[in-house]
Design a protein around this ligand. Sequence first.
Ligand SMILES: [Zn+2]
Ligand SMILES: [Zn+2]
Length: 113
Amino acid sequence: MFSTPKTIRLFGEGNTLAIEWADGHHSTYSYQYLRDRCPCATCTDPEPPPAWEAGPLPMFASGPLKPEKAELTGRYALQIYWSDGHSSGIYTFDYLRNLCPCTDCEAGRDKAQ
Ligand SMILES: [Zn+2]
Ligand SMILES: [Zn+2]
């Protein structure tokens, strides 16, 4: 399925990214939730770099994590630039729709499993 957002609000209420989809569905994602699911190669690497085991890096310690900006990548994805300088995660709309944390979508995912 090709998911299409109608509106994207990078700075939604309560530190969230809010998306209204073309089919009328609303999704809100907390920044931490999104960042934990960053799809880039670094973040999805099952072996964390040694520096992560040694303790938090300075770049992770500067205030609450939030997006600085986001850019559309083509017509199918959103690239998020985080306040700690991380920007290699490209969130496709299908991926974001699949991540929707609302109870309806979670119930749908449970059924699919
Ligand atoms: Zn990442
Ligand atoms: Zn949902």
